[in-house]
Design a protein around this ligand. Structure first.
Ligand SMILES: C[S@@+](CC[C@H](N)C(=O)[O-])C[C@H]1O[C@@H](n2cnc3c(N)ncnc32)[C@H](O)[C@@H]1O
Length: 267
């Protein structure tokens, strides 16, 4: 928790990293969430759980959604979200996903981009999501997943080495069981009348120096002492240079779409 708090004291890092990674169709992982709820009426009540600096909420507001809310634990991210969004566009709340300050059935949809897997009390969080969704409501979440990729593998190898050399153990945050399809299903199935997973890949091509800041924005790089971060950058960029002048870095993503049991929302 302390690491995440310190990291998010500088808001917007997730967006800086992921808004430039796109799938084959040119969509970011944020766009994929927006598309996954496109069948909802524009007056649907939508909660962005762990909304960060409000980038996804702004994309939803631009699509015409008129009853948006966001919640995040980081006051710094929320200040950035408030700057991005007018009060009319979204209601923003400070709070923990494990104890949502909303009544039962308060939302037609909950969206959650790159955050569910960070939740320590994921069982409680999922129960809270189910509680605040009305019967027949939808949860749409994107989390990352392992995906074989040479540029990413070079980064992971160098990160493991540098972490060991710095005398640190591998970083574990949140709910690692969500990184397998089986683990995700086991957590969500008790609340679901339907549950669909869709795997996709987002990638970015660039020079090693253009790509490095995206990787430097990861929690396990951020927590390294500065000299170790510098050593990591050097090793990773050298490995990427050996792959060729320009590198394509790919990240595996998984879209989760759950409909809770109950009456379906009229289109
Ligand atoms: C990787 S960022 C993603 C932010 C945003 N959803 C995005 O994709 O740009 C993770 C966010 O989850 C928030 N967070 C982590 N655990 C939380 C919890 N238990 N309750 C509320 N917010 C939480 C952090 O403060 C942070 O803003």
């Amino acid at each position: 928790v302390d690491l995440l708090e310190r990291y998010h004291a500088q808001p917007g890092r997730t967006v800086e990293m992921l808004a430039e990674f796109r799938d084959d169709g040119g969509r970011t992982s944020y766009d994929v969430v927006v598309e996954a709820i496109a069948d909802l009426p524009r007056d649907a009540r939508v909660l962005d759980l762990a909304c960060g600096d409000g980038y996804l909420l702004a994309a939803l507001a631009a699509r015409g959604y008129s009853r948006l809310a966001g919640i995040d634990r980081s006051p710094h991210e929320l200040v950035a979200a408030r700057t991005r969004l007018s009060r009319d566009e979204a209601a923003l709340h400070a709070g923990d996903a494990a104890a949502l300050p909303f009544g039962a059935g308060a939302f037609d949809a909950v969206v959650c981009h790159m955050a569910l897997m960070l939740m320590e009390q994921v069982g409680t969080v999922v129960a809270e999501i189910a509680r605040v969704l009305r019967p027949g409501g939808v949860l749409v979440a994107v989390i990352n997943r392992h995906c074989p990729d040479p540029a990413f593998a070079a980064f992971s190898r160098a990160l493991a080495e540098v972490t060991r050399e710095a005398g640190l153990a591998r970083l574990r945050v949140g709910a690692p069981e969500l990184f397998t399809a089986e683990g995700l299903r086991a957590r969500l199935a008790p609340y679901a009348s339907s549950l669909a997973l869709h795997d996709f890949v987002v990638a970015r091509r660039g020079s090693p120096s253009a790509l490095w800041p995206c990787f430097a924005a990861m929690y396990d790089v951020f927590r390294l002492p500065p000299p170790a971060q510098a050593a990591l950058e050097q090793r990773v960029c050298a490995a990427w240079c050996a792959l060729g002048g320009e590198v394509t870095a790919a990240m595996g993503m998984r879209l989760v779409r759950v409909r809770t049991a109950g009456e379906a929302l009229a289109p």
